[in-house]
Design a protein around this ligand. Sequence first.
Ligand code: 3HC
Length: 292
Amino acid sequence: MEIKKVGVVGCGLMGSGIAQVAAMAGYDTLVREVSQALLDKGFTGIDKSLAKFVEKGTVSADDKRAIINRLSGTTHLEDLKDCDLIIEAVTENLETKHLTFRTLDSACKPDTIFASNTSSLSITEILAATKRPQRFVGLHFFNPVPLMKLVEVVRTVVTDPAVYETVFKFAESLGKVPVRARDTGGFIVNRLLVPYLLDAVRAYEEGAGSIVDIDNGMKLGCGYPMGPFTLLDFVGLDTTYYIANIMFDEFKEKRFASPPLLKRLVLAGHFGKKTGRGFYDWSDPKNPKPTL
Ligand code: 3HC
């Protein structure tokens, strides 16, 4: 099956990035958000990101215009009915995802492939809302989507192998490097990344070093692009806490248990960069100051 038209549900940080890379790869891309204001916000982000590529000379001004012309928006889920592949990137809430896919399932043509960008929920649990379990996969992108090369292509026990290969090739056509993952908690990356991030918080709680020293330790000593606390603020403390809880629930292992400090920061509404404060104060984004 050939993918020509791509639908994206959700135009937040991940959805807008996914729509952008699909349009950059030449696909007609239709994005759905719940309101025009959220669509506009997402499209402004896409425009800014494309402008950075133009500035660097990796995308020409003409190409930027062509990419934007391939993108359109809607507030009606049913408008995605003719898409060959629909990638869902709505909030990490099972009920919201079920509602989205139930509506799409009755609106879309029978051979439309569904994919979820969930980072933590079980793909098998999400697909249960549809009558096309064989045509349902996980397609997990990384933030910031236009820059990060990896995509996890997740198969379940019921995925049709031909559908899986179609989606795998689609991910390659985006210029990404797809990896084959199975539908187990956290797939590949979060299964390894989340315990590392949680351990950094535990190391701080136990007095191993300061926020900045632990960050510098991993950044300069191991060549990571960001230290664990900067990455926590970047991913979102709320998101990490949410993923950790789901993985703890799945594996019942201490390495997935949220440290008390992470929970307290989330309870206080300090989610990281997006709220301006987490392990760092981001009022001056070029010069973040540790808050603890
Ligand atoms: N679009 C286009 N260009 C962008 C961009 C975007 N969305 N975001 C940043 N850039 C550009 C910047 O303008 C900058 O350009 P310049 O070189 O001309 O100044 C360039 O990319 C580099 O950005 P920065 O200078 O801000 O910073 P870095 O050199 O540190 O690179 C980074 C940024 C690629 C984000 C790098 O820090 C990195 O790889 N960090 C780790 C990110 C990571 O681990 N992501 C995965 C998170 S886990 C996840 O997503 C899974 C989920 O389930 C939790």
